[in-house]
Structures are given as structure tokens and as C-alpha cells.
Design a binder for this molecule. Structure first.
Ligand code: ARG
Ligand code: GLU
Length: 725
């Protein structure tokens, strides 16, 4: 700390902000006692560190799960009842929905356990234990080792560690790198496989505001859904069986009816997916000036087409709801990220840190000799990598933008078969293809796909990427299709693709599948959609993946050194590892903010705001009649505060994607809400956190309770919970 007083005033300003950044960070639960506990206590935590995380006795960690593959969920009753976001349960809710039972539109509430719906493939994952295994993993690894050799050795060791950790148990395990591979931790997990849908509000509540309000504050989305975990009679994980019984958790959250006030302690406990807080200025430049703008532009074009078609046809709206949400979510986030990084002067701040770093390195002979070049290496790699990064971004965003190509990929299950395949293999493949075809056609609107293909693939991809990084199909079109201009050739190609591919004709395709024989693979291989798919695969395998991987290997090595050195340089600061989808604790406080000059945003919203937004002409803002009735009758039960139903609130917890569904907890360890989003002004927190601007958005648990009880009449679920005042 003292050394730094010597440095420039800008650095001093930076230093001051680093004091104010107390709420930044996503912390390792195992290390709370060592690094965070005193601070947490000072801010209002009443629990012990052991209450939050212990591997010896039940602690809050036993009430937090990975929900599905990318969300968090939490237990809220002693009968395995679980709550998460509506957007996390969306796939399950959709899979049970049909025109007769449209649970997405109408909501779904089981009035007894018998009515709960089974979800094939849905799992929840409990953390059993975690341990620092750095020494084991890095045993025998040296710094001068080839990066690929290093990775190879490490993955062998990890395999062994995982095998040892799970031997003789029904557990699974993973080992994950922390601090760019300076440290490694082992996670032993228990996966439950019978998870049933219990309840979900209609989308007009669970997705209220839609993509218009997504990433935005003030917010009024009732983003929750409920599930129940089932176990065998010994409380162990089991595949679905009607004999399974509700899981008895080691721990579940009591639920607070007291709400929150500005400044209150809040803790989020969950699974943040990915952050990159230690990027150099060169990386931030590449992201903000090359990658994000390219991806934003591509998605904007896709969204324009989808939105127009969805607005024109209610059937297309349903078909493309989920696809549109997926494309729109990151698109909007990247826009916010770029704006936030610019406003924060992120590149200049990084450059300043880099100056400080060079200064620090130069003061020690050994350090100088070993490390004074690291930033030059970084600069060089990012310079050389930039065209590849752009090619990769276009490959994934524009290359795969067409649905037909993504569908074509499925036909590999046939082309992978050969004369030696058994009848059973063939039957399996046919069934797989039938399922894939059903899923595809259910939500496919050819004209929409074709417009996207024309605009994005034949347009943006062709025009914005150098020829050397384009798929060969473009050369074929140039040579083989007639026309004076490339536009004319493209038009011919497009026409032939969409009329000749038999992948697109559901009837023909079903016949093909039913009569499939291995010798029919020729027909697949000649299909223009499959040719197109192969052309993309070839591009990736022959021109992109190897160099891109090489750059990344070099970066892995540099990142490891860079973070290690930064930690040495700022030895009095506690570093938190970047998010890597492992369990973390985030803590901060309920807080309002000023999004821009002259504008103040309060920290909570209420049902009044939902009624304010109500507009039957705007799809995202249609308020269900029943909710309006409850509002006008003020039929709020025990869930109101000063006569109002609170809906959402903001706090300073440093969260990211994956934290959706995470429990938001007060100082007593009671559930006060469910995390579901961040504010647009703060989405740059994946790269740089700003205490003035970054807020996580929480659904007030009392709004959920009100909906369950008063709106859905599922009071039996409320009775299962432990509500506290
Ligand atoms: N922005 C939130 C998150 O990143 C909510 C996403 C829900 N999807 C949507 N497109 N509205 O996941
Ligand atoms: N909605 C995000 C998710 O699904 C959480 C929001 C964020 O990125 O912070 O995980």
C-alpha cells in the first residue's frame, strides 16, 4: 500500500476506487473465513462462516444447486421444493406445452404432488465437497514446458484425481482451474435426476417486459418457476420412478417476509459462469472494437428479420420466442458492455495499470529479466490474433446463423454409419433423426430462415470476412452459378438450396428416415444443405481451429503469468478468481443508482409499475386480468409492505450469467429474493466492475409468494415453506 503512494495521481485515483470497490468479487466459499468473513460481518452478516459453507455439517451450501446445465436453484422446503427463474425452467415448461395445455401462456400449478410433471434429462447438482488440489495437479509441471504438453499432463492427473474422489460412490467430480491455472480445485457433486415441474406463472408474469425490459432497470418481471426433487427411498439420486419420494434436503432456506431497505446486507450464493477481470488493455480493445461490434451487427440483422416475421404472424411468434430470446439476450448484453467499458475508460485504466506494472517490474533485477516483455508478447499476440478472432466470430455468429445448417448437422448420425453397422445401430439412428426432425419442424419457419440466410450468410459473411477465412461454398457459388453479378449468383444458389434440399421437406424427409439404408448416405452427402454444412466444418478444421487454439494456448500461458505477477504486485489486496461456473459467494448491499446525469433510479419496484406498463397493444406488456383484479382489490395477503407489493430490487452484488436463479439472502441467512438479471449500465462487470453503476436485479420473494398464494391459489405450497418475520 505504502509503495503506491509514490505513483502518479491517476494511479492514486485508481487506488481510491479500488477501496470503494468493496462489493466487487465472487468469493470461494471454502475460503470465506480467511478472506471475507470479517468484512461480511461488518456489513451485516449474522451467520458464521461455517453456517454458509461447511463440509462437516449441514450448511447453506446444501440448499443451493446447479439447476440444469447453466442456472442456479435453491431448496425452500423439507420436501425437496426448489425455486429458480422462469427463464431457467423455460425449456421444461415449454416441453410440456401444447395448444391444449399452453403452460407458457397460461402458467402451470400442480395442486398435489401427483400433478407434478416429469422432466426427462433435467438434473440438479449438489456440491458435496470441495478441496484445493493445486499441489497434486501441478506436481511435475514446469514453467518451460510446452503449453500443449502441460495441458495433456494436467488432464491426465485430473482424470486420476476425479477417479479417486468418486471411487465406490455414486458421486461425480470435476477439477477446475482458478486464477488462469495457478490454482486448481476439486468439486465432488451429487446429481439428482428426477426433478418435476411444480409451478410456473404465465409468461405474461414470468417473462413480463420480455426482451424490451431484459437487462434493464426499472424491472417488473416475475421471473420464477418451481420444481421438486425426487429421490429413492434412501434419499439417494435415482432415475424417474413413480416410487420415488420427495427428496429430504440437509438444508433449506427459511423465507423472510420482511423485505429489504437501502443499505441492507445481501448475499448471493450461486454459480457464476464466466468473467474476465484481468484482461490487458489489448484484449479489452479487441473485444470492444472488433469482436463485440461484429457480433452485435450480425445479431441485429437476425433480430430485425425475426421480429418482423414474429410481429406479422402469431404462429411464428410462438415458434421463434425461444430462439429470439437467445439471440437477443447476448446481443443486448454486448451493447451494454461496450457502452459501460467506454464510459468507464476501461482501456485507459488497464493501460494505467500496465504502466504501473512495468514500473514495478523494472525495480527488481530478476523480475525485470524474466517479465519485462510480457506486455509486448500480449500486444503481439492480440495483433496477430485479431483477424482470426474476427473470422471465428463470423464463423459462429454468421456461419451458423442459418437454422438449416444446424439441422443438417444431425444427419451425421446417418453418415457415421457404415456397412458394418448393426440393425440396432440403424434403428437407433433412425429414432434419433425422427426426434431431431420433429423438434426442428415444430419451430421452423422456412421464409424466416431463408431471409436470415440471404442477409447474414450470403450478405454479411461474404462481404465482411476476407476470402481466406470464408467457407469454400462461396468459391463454388462464384464458379458454378450463372449470373452477371455475385448477387445474381447468390439468388440462384439460394433458390436451388431451398427448393432442392430434401431436409426441408418434412414429408419427404420422414419417408427417407423410415426407409433409410446405409447406401442412402450418398443422397445425404449430395444434399445442398449437407454440402453447405460440410463446407463450414472444413473451414473450421482446416483454417480456423488450429491457429485459434495456438493463440489461445499462448494466451493461457501469459494469463497465468500475468495474474500471478499482479497478485505479487498488489500483495496487500485480496484477489478473487474469475467466475468458472463453480459455487461462489457474492455479497454487497441493497442500493439505488444514478444511471446518467440527472437521472435517479430507486432500488425497488412495485406492482404499481406493472399496472403502469400495462398495454394490451404491446405484447411484452399485457398484464393478466387476474393480477389486475388482485391489484385493484388490494388483495395482497401478508405479502405487502406499506400497502404495496414489492416486485424487484437492486443491490451491488457482483454477479454474472449462471447466477440466474441464485438465492439472494439477508444477514440472517433467510431468502429475500431470487437473482435474475443485471442492469444494462452495469453489464461490463464481466470485464470491469464499477461500484457506482453495477447492480444485480433480484425478484422480491414476497412477489413470488403473493403470486403462488393469491394469483395461483397454490396455498399448499406456501404451507410447505418456512416463512419468517
Ligand atoms: N438477461 C437475463 C440473463 O442473462 C435474462 C435472460 C432471459 N432471456 C431473455 N432473452 N429475456 O439470463
Ligand atoms: N440472466 C442471467 C442468467 O441467466 C443472469 C444475469 C447476469 O448475467 O448477471 O444467468
Amino acid at each position: 500500500m505504502i509503495k503506491r503512494i509514490l505513483i502518479t495521481t491517476i494511479a492514486l485515483a485508481l487506488l481510491l476506487t479500488s477501496f470503494a470497490r468493496a462489493d466487487e468479487g465472487m468469493w470461494i466459499p471454502l475460503l470465506l473465513n480467511k478472506y471475507n468473513y470479517a468484512d461480511m460481518q461488518a456489513k451485516g452478516l449474522k451467520l458464521s462462516a461455517d453456517d454458509i459453507f461447511s463440509i462437516n455439517h449441514a450448511s447453506l451450501k446444501d440448499a443451493v444447486v446447479i439447476f440444469g446445465g447453466g442456472c442456479t436453484g435453491e431448496l425452500i422446503s423439507n420436501q425437496g421444493l426448489l425455486i429458480t427463474n422462469h427463464h431457467c425452467g423455460y425449456g421444461s415448461i415449454q416441453s410440456h406445452s401444447s395448444l391444449d395445455h399452453d403452460y407458457l401462456t397460461n402458467g402451470f400449478w400442480s395442486m398435489s404432488k401427483e400433478e407434478e410433471l416429469v422432466n426427462k434429462g433435467l438434473t440438479v447438482t449438489f456440491l458435496v465437497s470441495m478441496a484445493d488440489v493445486t499441489d497434486k495437479v501441478l506436481n511435475g509441471i514446469t514453467e518451460d514446458m510446452e503449453e500443449s504438453k502441460r495441458q495433456e499432463l494436467i488432464s491426465e492427473t485430473i482424470k486420476q484425481i476425479v477417479a479417486d474422489a468418486t471411487e465406490g460412490t455414486h458421486y461425480t467430480a470435476v477439477v477446475k482451474p482458478f486464477f488462469a491455472g495457478n490454482e486448481y480445485y476439486l468439486f465432488v457433486n451429487e446429481v439428482y435426476k428426477d426433478v418435476r415441474l411444480v409451478g410456473a406463472p404465465p409468461s405474461a408474469i414470468g417473462k413480463f417486459g420480455g426482451d424490451t425490459d431484459n437487462w434493464m432497470w426499472p424491472r417488473h418481471t416475475g421471473d420464477f418457476s418451481m420444481f421438486r426433487i425426487y429421490a429413492d427411498k434412501d434419499n439417494n439420486p435415482a432415475e424417474y420412478s413413480p416410487d420415488n419420494v420427495p427428496y429430504k434436503p440437509k438444508k433449506f432456506f427459511p423465507i423472510s417476509l420482511n423485505g429489504v431497505k437501502k443499505g441492507d446486507f445481501t448475499m448471493v450464493y450461486g454459480y457464476p459462469g464466466r468473467t474476465q477481470e484481468h484482461l490487458t488493455s489489448y484484449a479489452v480493445k479487441m473485444i470492444t472494437e472488433v469482436s463485440n461490434p461484429a457480433k452485435i451487427n450480425i445479431r441485429e440483422n437476425i433480430l430485425d428479420i425475426m421480429n418482423a416475421d414474429m410481429n406479422a404472424d402469431p404462429k411464428v411468434r410462438i415458434q421463434y420466442a425461444s430462439k429470439n430470446a437467445r439471440v437477443s439476450n447476448s446481443w443486448k448484453k454486448w451493447i451494454g458492455e461496450n457502452r459501460g467499458l467506454k464510459r468507464l475508460h476501461a482501456i485507459e485504466k488497464k493501460e494505467q495499470l500496465e504502466k504501473e506494472f512495468l514500473n514495478w517490474v523494472s525495480k527488481d533485477k530478476d523480475r525485470r529479466e524474466k517479465n519485462s516483455n510480457i506486455l509486448n508478447y500480449y500486444r503481439k499476440i492480440y495483433e496477430e490474433m485479431q483477424p482470426y478472432q474476427l473470422a471465428i466470430d463470423y464463423f459462429f455468429e454468421a456461419g451458423w446463423s442459418m437454422e438449416l445448417i444446424r439441422f443438417a448437422k444431425n444427419f451425421k448420425v446417418f453418415t457415421n454409419l457404415s456397412d458394418t453397422s448393426t440393425t440396432e445401430d440403424i434403428e437407433k439412428a433412425k429414432q434419433k433423426m425422427r426426434n431431431a426432425a420433429d423438434a426442428f419442424f415444430k419451430n421452423y419457419n422456412m421464409p424466416t430462415d431463408r431471409k436470415i440466410f440471404s442477409k447474414v450468410f450470403l450478405g454479411l459473411y461474404y462481404n465482411n470476412v476476407p476470402k481466406e477465412f470464408q467457407p469454400d461454398i462461396f468459391r463454388t457459388i462464384e464458379k458454378k452459378f450463372k449470373g452477371n453479378t455475385i448477387a445474381a449468383k447468390f439468388a440462384k444458389y439460394e433458390e436451388s438450396l431451398y427448393t432442392k434440399s430434401f431436409f426441408i421437406n418434412q414429408e419427404k424427409l420422414n419417408k427417407f428416415i423410415d426407409n433409410y439404408k446405409v447406401k442412402n448416405n450418398k443422397k445425404i452427402e449430395k444434399d445442398p444443405a449437407f454440402v453447405l454444412y460440410n463446407s463450414l466444418v472444413d473451414l473450421y478444421l482446416n483454417k480456423l481451429s488450429k491457429p485459434y487454439q495456438d493463440f489461445n494456448n499462448q494466451l493461457h500461458k501469459l494469463d497465468r503469468q500475468w495474474i500471478k505477477l499482479l497478485r505479487e504486485m498488489e500483495s496487500d489486496k485480496v484477489f478473487y478468481p474469475d467466475a468458472n461456473f463453480t459455487l461462489r459467494v457474492h455479497y454487497g448491499q441493497v442500493e439505488d443508482y444514478y444511471p446518467r446525469d440527472g437521472v435517479y433510479y430507486d432500488y425497488y419496484t412495485t406492482l404499481d409499475g406493472i399496472i403502469e406498463k400495462d398495454n394490451p397493444d404491446i405484447y411484452d406488456y399485457r398484464v393478466p386480468e387476474k393480477l389486475k383484479q388482485l391489484y385493484y382489490k388490494k388483495d395482497f395477503g401478508q405479502y405487502a409492505e406499506d400497502g404495496k407489493i414489492h416486485v424487484c430490487f437492486t443491490a451491488t452484488n457482483h454477479t454474472t450469467g449462471g447466477n440466474s436463479g441464485s438465492p439472494v439472502i439477508n444477514g440472517n441467512g433467510e431468502l429475500i429474493g431470487i437473482n435474475f438479471d443485471r442492469n444494462w449500465e452495469g453489464t461490463m462487470s464481466d470485464i470491469m466492475y464499477d461500484p457506482d453503476m453495477c447492480r444485480n436485479i433480484t425478484l422480491d420473494i414476497r412477489y413470488c409468494l403473493f403470486l403462488i398464494d393469491k394469483f395461483a391459489g397454490a396455498t399448499h405450497l406456501i404451507n410447505e415453506m418456512n416463512l419468517v418475520r
